[in-house]
Design a protein around this ligand. Structure first.
Ligand SMILES: Cc1cc2nc3c(=O)[nH]c(=O)nc-3n(C[C@H](O)[C@H](O)[C@H](O)COP(=O)(O)O)c2cc1C
Length: 137
């Protein structure tokens, strides 16, 4: 089992219903790969955490890299995971409407995603652009 956190940049100003569609597709497809996690869309950038078996994650990454809706995909964390932090999240969107940054961090703090992932999410919520460019530069 592994955990990956990546960031990417939306190609154009994505309509919010496009993000909704991405979540819908992900929630439909991820059970077949046994992948779980969450997606944050902030300042035209994505941060996604996915957890699952190595091969399933490699397959998903292959699909994601070909998706024209985003670019500059940069993997910031790829680490072994003993167990899932989000066993019931086929793909949950965090940060829509009512959830601000503090609320997201509060939700994640209860899930034990580890200090590196927490820091990354915290930085992303504050400076999406900087975090996205750090690894892709
Ligand atoms: C930021 C982002 C995150 C995505 N996350 C997932 C995901 O977790 N699982 C998934 O199956 N597709 C995800 N997608 C969509 C895939 O790139 C691809 O469009 C989709 O899997 C194709 O599914 P379909 O063949 O059922 O249409 C994501 C796309 C974007 C832009």
């Amino acid at each position: 089992m592994e955990r990956i956190v990546y960031t990417s940049r939306a190609r154009t100003d994505l309509a919010s219903d496009e993000v909704f569609r991405i979540i819908e597709t992900s929630a439909r497809n991820n059970p077949a790969r046994d992948v779980t996690g969450f997606l944050i869309f902030n300042q035209n950038r994505f941060l996604q955490l996915v957890e699952g078996e190595r091969q399933a994650l490699d397959e998903l990454l292959g699909v994601l890299k070909r998706d024209p809706r985003h670019c500059d995909l940069a993997i910031h964390v790829r680490e072994p995971a003993i167990k899932r932090c989000f066993p019931n999240w086929r793909m949950r969107r965090l940060g829509s409407a009512s959830e601000g940054g503090a609320e997201i961090l509060h939700i994640l703090a209860e899930r034990d995603i580890g200090p590196q992932c927490m820091q990354l999410v915290g930085e992303f919520l504050t400076y999406s652009e900087v975090v996205s460019q750090k690894r892709s530069a």
